[in-house]
Design a protein around this ligand. Structure first.
Ligand code: ZN
Ligand code: ZN
Length: 348
């Protein structure tokens, strides 16, 4: 099969022919119809993730068709249209038994712990726990982001962040997950202030419904950015998300909140890049909540898919770039220096 292969960290991944993966007894092989380019793929390419072994195939948000199921899998058959959360949960550990498969203690992740979806075929491990059926009217390109960014944003805003109608929500970083968060928050009836250092990203956020924007200067003090976010909101910021994952956006997100506000960390902060300084004095003074949100379990997808099928949420509107698989490697390598605006989806 054709796959985008990383031979060395930090290099440009190349499209080449590789052997098809074997289907595990409890897993499924999915023929990829569309796969998104997420910042975590760039972290993997850059060597920030200790789980990644070379040579490697990135990619963890995809939609496709079941090509094969292992002999131990019940309830699934070839031909079904599916996606899967990027956390392939075990279904047996403590968090899984509690219904919190997104923080499974024995998780596998395509594109990290095994080869991912920048390929014609990808393995979904523990298929019964992790496969998600797609409604017929949700196409593959729209569904591709449901494996990571759009579903991550949905859970961070709606479930973990508990966004309520009329509340002000700040979104720091308006790449794929941030733009999705803007869209979900607006759909929930919240008022959004979007923050990004790139004007084109803010233009997309406004198109997605953000009412106010803040464009930080390069190197601007996070507390200064936070003050501008509060001014731009024109009201108390009740919920704020760091949708990028950087010391500056994390600090600004915590600092922009009104008393009793909720910070949700969505962007990855790899250990390899050092721990961020968080203004914890504001957390105690304002009784802020500091929350993490790590994808979404397969069992929570029907609510999201229902909203997509009903047209209340429209992930396809956020897809700005469609590329073929051969272009995915160079696009991924460029992501660190020049992150794309909107969501990029590759079609194998
Ligand atoms: Zn588990
Ligand atoms: Zn991702």
């Amino acid at each position: 099969m054709r796959a985008v292969v990383v031979e060395a960290f930090g290099s440009v991944p190349q499209l080449r022919d590789v052997p098809e993966p074997a289907c595990p007894p409890d897993g499924a092989l999915v023929r990829v119809e569309a796969t998104g380019l997420c910042r975590s793929d760039w972290h993997a390419l850059a060597g920030h993730d200790p789980d990644v072994a070379l040579p490697h195939v990135p990619g963890h948000e995809f939609a496709g068709v079941v090509a094969e199921v292992g002999p131990d899998v019940r309830g699934w058959r070839p031909g079904e249209r599916v996606t899967a959360p990027f956390v392939n949960a075990c279904g047996r550990c403590g968090p899984c038994r509690a219904g919190e498969q997104q923080v499974c203690a024995d998780q596998r992740q395509p594109g990290f712990t095994h080869w991912g979806s920048f390929a014609e075929l990808v393995v979904v491990e523990r298929a019964e726990v992790n496969l998600v059926r797609l409604p017929p009217d949700v196409d593959a390109v729209a569904a591709a982001a449901l494996g990571c960014r759009f579903a991550t944003a949905f859970r961070a805003v709606a479930h973990v962040g508990r966004a309520a109608p009329g509340e002000w929500v700040a979104v720091h970083g308006c790449g794929g997950v941030g733009l999705s968060a803007v869209h979900v928050a607006v759909a929930a009836g919240a008022r959004v202030v979007a923050v990004d250092v790139r004007r084109p990203a803010l233009d997309l956020a406004v198109a997605a419904g953000a009412e106010a924007v803040v464009l930080p200067e390069p190197g601007e003090d996070p507390l200064g950015v936070a003050a501008r976010v509060r001014d731009a909101a024109g009201g108390d910021v009740a919920l704020s998300l760091d949708a990028l994952g950087s010391p500056a956006t994390c600090a600004a997100s915590v600092a922009c909140l009104a008393p009793r506000g909720r910070h949700v960390q969505v962007g990855l902060l790899p250990d390899a890049l050092g721990w961020p300084a968080v203004p914890m004095h504001l957390v105690i003074a304002g009784e802020l909540e500091v929350l993490g949100s790590h994808g979404m379990a397969a069992r929570r997808y029907p609510e999201l898919l229902g909203l997509v099928a009903a047209g209340r949420l429209r992930p396809a509107e956020l897809v700005t770039n469609r590329i073929d698989l051969a272009a995915a490697g160079p696009a991924l390598a460029a992501m660190g220096e020049a992150p794309p605006t909107g969501i990029t989806v590759a079609i194998p």
